[in-house]
Design a protein around this ligand. Structure first.
Ligand code: EPU
Length: 337
C-alpha cells in the first residue's frame, strides 16, 4: 500500500483546485482497502474516498486520509443470448471502459461517452447523459462495508437509483466503498437517440446508426457544449436540474411562457437549471479566476488559480438569485469538502 504525505490534491480534482492532503493512500486491491480500514496505523484516521475527482470541490486542506481507489480490471463474466455481463474494477477510468465496450462491439454505454470520472463513482450519482443513465446498463456491484469489513453484493433495487442519486448518496453514505461494478451489455443494442442532437449530427454527417457513431456524436456534442477539464478546471454540472411540482410550474408558466420543462412519470416537472441560471444573468460571467461557463451555465469553471471557497461563494450567490426570482431551490450535484 503506497502512502504519500503532505501532498497537493491539484491533480486529483478536475476543478484543478489547490488543496493539501496530510495523507494520500493509493488503493490497488480489495486487500489494500481492507488494510487501510483495519491496520492499526490507519484505523483511527477519518477517511475520504476519491475516484477520478471529477465531482468534487475542495474548499480547504484535507485532514482526512484520502483513499484514492485504483482497483483495475475488466472481465467478461458470462454471455446469455445477446446479453454480456462485464465486471469492472472501481478504479477504471469511465471513458476507457466505454472505449473497451466499443472495441468489443458491446452496446449500452455509448451515450455515456466522455463522462469524466471512474467506474466506481458512476453508480453513486447514477451518471447520465443524452437519454441514458447508468442504471439502464447496471447489473450489480460489490462494495466494502466499513463497519463489518466484508464485501457485500448489491443488486439494482438495493442501489435505489434515481436522478443523480442512489443508496450510496442517501442511507448508505460513508458506509461503503464500491470496489467493482458489473454491467449488462448487449451484442444487439437498442439505440437511444431521444436526445435530438445525436440524430441531427448523424444525418448531417451521413452516418449510419450504430454504437460507434453514437459515441462519436456524443463526443462531438460534449466537446462543443462542455469545457474540457484538462484545459479549463470544472466538475461538469455543478447543480442538479430541479424537480418542481405542478402548482409552481403553472404559476411560473404564466410569467415565463418559454419556460423549458420535462414532465416526469411521477407527475413532477424537471426544469433545466441551465435556463434558470441564464435567466438570472449568470451565463458567461467571470470573476477573476473563476466563473460560469459561457456555453453551459450549469458548469462552474476555474480558469486557473481559482480557490475552492470562491467557487463555493459563487454557487451560493447563484442559488440565492434563483430562489429569489423563481422560488426554486437549486441543489448541488458536486460534493463539497
Ligand atoms: N439551456 C439554457 N441555456 C444554456 C444551456 C442550456 O437555457 O446555455 C437549457 C435549454 O433549455 C436546454 C436545456 O437547458 O434545452 C438542457 O440543456 P442540456 O441539454 O445541455 O442538458 P442539461 O440538462 O443542462 C444534463 C446533465 C448533463 C448532461 C446533459 C445531456 C444534469 C445536472 N446535467 O444537463 O450532465 O451531459 O443533460 O444529457 O442532469 C453532468 O452531470 O456533469 C453533466 C454534464
Amino acid at each position: 500500500m503506497q502512502i504519500k504525505k503532505n501532498i497537493s490534491l491539484k491533480s486529483y480534482n478536475t476543478f484543478g483546485i489547490e488543496a493539501k492532503a496530510q495523507l494520500l493512500v493509493n488503493i490497488e486491491s480489495e486487500e489494500q482497502l481492507k488494510e487501510a480500514y483495519q491496520s492499526p496505523k490507519l484505523m483511527a484516521l477519518p477517511k475520504l474516498v476519491l475516484g477520478g475527482g471529477s465531482n468534487i470541490l475542495f474548499t480547504k486542506n484535507q485532514r482526512k486520509a484520502i483513499l484514492k481507489i485504483n482497483i483495475r480490471g475488466i472481465d467478461v463474466l458470462d454471455q446469455k443470448d445477446h446479453e454480456v455481463r462485464v465486471k469492472v474494477g472501481a478504479g477504471e477510468i469511465w471513458h476507457q471502459f466505454v472505449l473497451w465496450c466499443l472495441d468489443h462491439n458491446l452496446g449500452g454505454v455509448e451515450n455515456l461517452s466522455l463522462i469524466p470520472g471512474t467506474v466506481g463513482a458512476a453508480p453513486v450519482q447514477n451518471i447520465g447523459a443524452y437519454g441514458v443513465e447508468l442504471k439502464d446498463v447496471f447489473d450489480s456491484l460489490e462494495a466494502y462495508e466499513i463497519k463489518s469489513g466484508k464485501i457485500k453484493l448489491f443488486n439494482k433495487e438495493q442501489c435505489q437509483f434515481d436522478y443523480r442519486n442512489s443508496f450510496f448518496k442517501g442511507r448508505g453514505k460513508d458506509q461503503f466503498v464500491i470496489t467493482s461494478v458489473t454491467f449488462k451489455l448487449s451484442t444487439q443494442p437498442r439505440f437511444d437517440v431521444s436526445y435530438g442532437g445525436i440524430q441531427r449530427w448523424l444525418d448531417e454527417k451521413g452516418l449510419e446508426l450504430n454504437i460507434h457513431n453514437i459515441s462519436e456524436s456524443v463526443i462531438h456534442i460534449r466537446q462543443t457544449k462542455l469545457p474540457d477539464p484538462v484545459k479549463i478546471g470544472n466538475a461538469g454540472s455543478f447543480f442538479k436540474n430541479p424537480i418542481i411540482e405542478k402548482p409552481l410550474h403553472e404559476a411560473l408558466k404564466l410569467i415565463y411562457e418559454d419556460l423549458p420543462h420535462y414532465p416526469l412519470d411521477s407527475g413532477s416537472i424537471k426544469i433545466p437549471a441551465a435556463w434558470l441560471i441564464e435567466q438570472c444573468g449568470w451565463k458567461g460571467r467571470r470573476m477573476d479566476q473563476i466563473g460560469v461557463h459561457e456555453r453551459q451555465p450549469l458548469v462552474l469553471v476555474n480558469y486557473g488559480g481559482g480557490k475552492g471557497l470562491e467557487i463555493l461563494k459563487l454557487s451560493e450567490q447563484i442559488q440565492i438569485s434563483i430562489q429569489n426570482k423563481f422560488g426554486i431551490e437549486l441543489k448541488t450535484e458536486v460534493n463539497i469538502f
